[in-house]
Write a protein of this length. Structure first.
Length: 113
């Protein structure tokens, strides 16, 4: 499956399809930025620089959430997939309304928030 520009002779994506491609590319960029900032954080000793990069990384995480929500609003199939979280039992899902500290996340699997 291609997410980039259509190959020659391929049917051009509709306006909505093109918008979703751009949003998903933006999402990929934000995720790559998070990984890059985290790698720098892990290799920097200076507390002031580390703290600033952690703040920037967390801003990128907010962008991921914003883009994910936007994609969910625009793409009905994606929205349906988000509603059917098969990665956790219903009681452990983020949207379960229970105590957030009890929700299983990638972060708390590694002992981080």
């Amino acid at each position: 499956m291609s997410y980039g520009k259509p190959e020659s002779g391929a049917v051009q994506a509709s306006g909505l399809g093109q918008l979703l491609i751009m949003l998903r590319e933006d999402l990929m960029g934000e995720l790559q930025a998070i990984n890059q900032y985290q790698a720098h954080i892990d290799n920097i000793e200076e507390a002031e620089i580390k703290e600033l990069l952690e703040h920037i990384r967390d801003d990128e995480k907010e962008h991921v959430a914003e883009l994910t929500h936007l994609i969910s609003r625009v793409d009905s199939i994606q929205r349906e997939k988000f509603l059917n979280d098969h990665t956790a039992a219903p009681a452990d899902r983020v949207n379960s309304g229970e105590d957030e500290s009890q929700v299983l996340t990638v972060g708390n699997l590694f002992g981080k928030k």
